[in-house]
Design a protein around this ligand. Sequence first.
Ligand code: TEU
Length: 547
Amino acid sequence: MDRSSTVVYQIYPKSFCDASGDGWGDIQGVISRLDYLQELGINCIWFNPMCISPQKDNGYDVQDYRNIDPRYGTMADFEQLVKECKARGIDIMLDMVFNHTSTEHEWFQKALQGDPKYKAYYIWKKGKGPGVPPNNWQSKFGGPAWEYVPKFDEWYLHLFDVSQADLDWTNPAVRKEMADIVNFWMKKGVHGFRFDVINEISKSSFEDDPNNFDGRQFYTDQPLVHTYLKELNKNSFGNDPEAMTVGEMSSTTVKNCSGYAGDDSHELSSVFSFHHLKVDYKDGKKWELQPFDFMQLKHLLNEWQVGMQENHAWNALFWNCHDQPRSVSRFGNDTKYRKESAKMLAAAIHLMRGTPYIYMGEEIGMPNAGFGDISQYRDVESINACHILKKEGKSEHEVLHILNERSRDNARTPMCWDSSEKAGFTTGTPWIPLGKTHKEINVENDRKDPESIFAWYQQLIHLRKTMKIIQEGTYVPMLEKHPSVLAYQRIWKNEKLTVLCNFYGTQTQADLDDTAGSEILLTNVHRDSIDAHMTLQPYECLVLYKK
Ligand code: TEU
């Protein structure tokens, strides 16, 4: 796979399409919708984990890395999926959850029985005293990052849920297991791999975090991550010329990512970083609401574009994924200007330098879930947060409001295919309620519109696949001080592509000195002329091209 011309579509399998009628998405459901994805034009699908799992964290708690969870189907179904995708020119990217396993994994179970080989697969420490964990680190899902096991009078580390025990990557046997798992899936015809929280696999020290924060300074981007990735590359996907990899990098830096995804670093092909998705966190806190800071957003997007370019490294481009609220609700307008803002947001990142990712439903402008009751939430992180927020004294109403803005479940409601009662997702009872707008916002309705959001995405994907300037052009920020417009140019040989995006529902002025001879390549508002001083319409996106 070529990272500059590939567009990846992300499927959260539990919520995409259910063929069996049990209310859970499954592999046969995905197969039944592949023609739709082919029509969209994408050339790769990233699947969130489908391996056997107790599903405490929807598959990010892996119990068996080499078998498909029966709720999704069988290995034969998976093999059929690979074939059906291949026939449509679509590659598959699988999620490798290598920082931790489920505590139900055979390795952890053997560890609990006292088998020294497997005990050494995980991270165990003595407490500071009776009932006192080894240090003050906090789990990402709330509460201490350590769990006590009386039998050993020791604690195991879990950076995430208590059911997700961190693996000890200093152990060469663990590293070999991981490479073997990648090789197993490569033999099944898989060329794409997404590595979950991969920059957290190395823990350099186990001291208290002096800022009484969460310990992340001791387990994020530690020097050994680079060593481990080079080794994994050499022993697995590095041997496949078709491979494309992406690492999920938590709280990272351009400098580290330039190493992870640098042209000559022999680690990964690309990285996800999340700084631009924290611009609406108050004091860096996810569960404290504030409107997004546009200037910060623009600054971060530019900083990563330019920084990675200067260091010859490669970004993934995305607004949405299964861990984030829906971008049209978050950075756009999901009522009056839903269509305009969904299109504007898409163009803003698809024309940047990197590999674009589309999260299922984004291509029809699906908004946040809009749940009316806390009991509708399913996500382990959201449920933990709910308890913590209530303990802090927040009312039921306030907590619901916060979850409605921030919960990961906003993105996990079932894909809406049509206006029928279950949105064409299932004939049974969906595992999580459908989003509030499913009767109006669905594939069937969007595609009736000649100017659908879907058609806009088709166009963006087509441009990415066919225009060298989008694949390889140099990125140059423009109008950096403009308070509501994100603007940039891509430059390649004698060509120029100019992208202007108004992030607000009000008109704004944009002055460009360089419009002569440009043609309009894309407009989401029927613009037919351009000049040096333009009034951009609410959420207008304008793309100019000049040769
Ligand atoms: O996410 C890692 C991660 O740190 C976040 O995106 C996390 O979900 C967020 O900070 C919560 O606010 C990955 C997966 O994408 C996520 O779904 C898993 O829950 C997590 O790892 C554990 O495997």
